[in-house]
Design a protein around this ligand. Structure first.
Ligand code: HEM
Length: 484
């Protein structure tokens, strides 16, 4: 019955019983994106692949993606996300059904414009620290910018969403960030293999790696538990002082509560969230809130180092909007006026989407219309994969798709909405989208104002480690600008 329903879709030859298992053997974090693009050019933007009795639908079809992502019915994540379960539990990224609805409702107001406005102050201060730390590298020599950016984004997510300072930028190394890097590489390798996705088979066939995975997850949990405890204590002390449930800042004015404060005080069905439920969300937001923006910023800085003319245009805009006074904090209003930098960020997220692929499991039949192959039905049980990376580099949509050209986003030039989806779309889109854009803009404006980025070292080579990273690091050189 399922075969009949997808008979209209092309795809590779799938021999009986095993299906296209032979193709799965070619997948690895390094080959994944290249093969994805190859399959799309070979079989078209929409295809079906059978592996045993699993039906995978690979979609780069904008029309179909719009219908699926906008739907309120197909919100369940692809089963492969389960390999993240031991780490992120039932946090917002992985949960579904009633739990997801309730949590999304509680958390959404914590990313309201008025809260982001307060966060911009933190973005400004932490970016200043990052710029100061980079001074030691402003000698024109090759270095990898990743760990500088990573420490800054960690400090930012902890101080804003969690209301806790962790001073990652003051330390040489951060065990949490190192554990995230190693664990995501390990989990991503498991993503690519049909049998390693199953926890028991992974444990039986690779006991040493299972042990390592558990150890890394313990390190990450220990860190997030500490963040929660620190904030819980600070909150209790504040409440004792003010005798009220509303958090007040240093000058006593009432302000909206940040994410962790809300989680600590929220009730669902009349009961407060348990410690584990709070930890799951803190784990989810600490990870999603720093690893994605680190990836975005690192790729963008690397690309800028290869495009001096883009840096010049950025600098011109920065000086026009912000003036020469580097001690004046940058406000949310200033950021809104940096339109060319917005195009630079858009272009970088097009070429290097930090989340390169998203997936859903269809719990019911999904009826679609107007796709590349007309109308049809995808049967319940299908696994639906949307290759954001492949879509955003499709030559039919973007001329010279592998070239970094921010001008293609200027003057409101637009492609169809679902041909550009770095933050996904619909009810399960990225909740931190505005947060990320403001943070990235602030960091870029500060770094480019202070330093000229130079083309040094190897080019990036994309690898899927859950989040998009580079196998060769993010190499560049820097020189301080003296003439401004
Ligand atoms: C450039 C930076 C970022 C990019 C490109 C990005 C991209 C995405 C994408 C594509 C999804 C959908 C994932 C899926 O369907 O499986 C997502 C979901 C999510 N993102 Fe982001 N993200 C970024 C930054 C952030 C930040 C800064 C935060 C938190 C402060 C965040 C928190 C989340 C959460 C919690 C979800 C799950 C939402 C839900 O399912 O309801 N992200 N993000």
């Amino acid at each position: 019955e399922r075969r009949r329903k997808v008979a209209n879709l092309p795809g590779p030859v799938c021999p009986p019983f095993f299906g296209a298992l032979h193709l799965m053997f070619r997948l690895s974090p390094k080959t994944f994106l290249k093969l994805g693009r190859e399959y799309i050019s070979q079989y078209g933007p929409l295809q079906r692949v059978w592996v045993f009795n699993r039906l995978l639908i690979l979609s780069g079809d904008a029309e179909l993606n719009e219908q699926l992502l906008s739907s309120q019915e197909h919100l369940v994540k692809h089963p492969v996300y389960r390999v993240l379960g031991q780490w992120l539990g039932n946090g917002l990224l992985l949960s579904d059904g009633k739990t997801w609805h309730q949590r999304r409702k509680i958390i959404t107001p914590t990313f309201h414009f008025s809260i982001l406005e307060q966060f911009v102050e933190v973005f400004d201060q932490q970016s200043n620290i990052c710029v100061k730390r980079l001074a030691s590298k402003a000698n024109g020599e090759t270095f990898d910018v990743y760990r500088y950016v990573c420490a800054a984004t960690l400090d930012i997510i902890a101080e804003t969403a969690m209301g806790t300072k962790i001073h990652a930028q003051a330390n040489e190394s951060t065990p949490y960030a190192e554990a995230v890097k190693e664990c995501t590489a390990l989990l991503s390798w498991r993503f690519m293999s049909v049998y390693l996705q199953i926890e028991l088979l992974f444990a039986l066939t690779h006991p040493h790696l299972k042990w390592r995975q558990t150890k890394l997850i313990r390190t990450m949990h220990a860190f997030t538990i500490k963040v929660i405890e620190q904030r819980r204590q600070a909150l209790e002390e504040q409440q004792k002082k003010s005798g009220s449930d509303i958090v007040e800042d240093d000058v006593g004015s009432k302000r909206r509560m940040a994410l962790l404060d809300v989680l600590l005080m929220a009730t669902v069905d009349g009961k407060p969230l348990t410690n584990d439920e709070i930890r799951e969300e803190v784990d989810t937001f600490m990870f999603e809130g720093h690893d994605t923006t680190t990836s975005a910023l690192s790729f963008c800085l690397h690309e800028l180092s290869r495009h001096p003319q883009v840096q010049e245009k950025m600098l011109e805009e920065i000086l026009r909007v912000l003036g020469n006074d580097r001690s004046r904090p940058i406000t949310i209003r200033d950021l809104g006026e940096l339109k060319y930098i917005e195009c630079v960020i858009k272009e970088s997220l097009r070429m290097y989407p930090p989340v390169p692929i998203v997936g859903r499991k269809l719990e019911k039949d999904f009826k679609y219309t107007n796709s590349t192959y007309g109308d049809g039905v995808l049967p319940a049980g299908s696994e639906f994969l949307i290759g954001i990376y492949a879509i955003q580099r499709h030559p039919a949509t973007y001329t010279n798709p592998d070239q970094f050209i921010p001008e293609r986003h200027e003057d409101g030039k637009r492609v169809a909405p679902f041909e550009y989806i770095p933050f996904s779309a619909g009810p399960r889109n990225c909740i931190g989208q505005k947060f990320a854009q403001l943070e990235i803009k602030m960091m870029l404006a500060k770094i480019v104002r202070e330093y000229e980025l130079l083309p040094r070292g190897e080019r990036v080579e994309c690898v899927v480690n859950i989040v998009l990273r580079s196998d060769t690091g993010f190499k560049l050189g820097m020189r301080r600008r003296n003439n401004i």
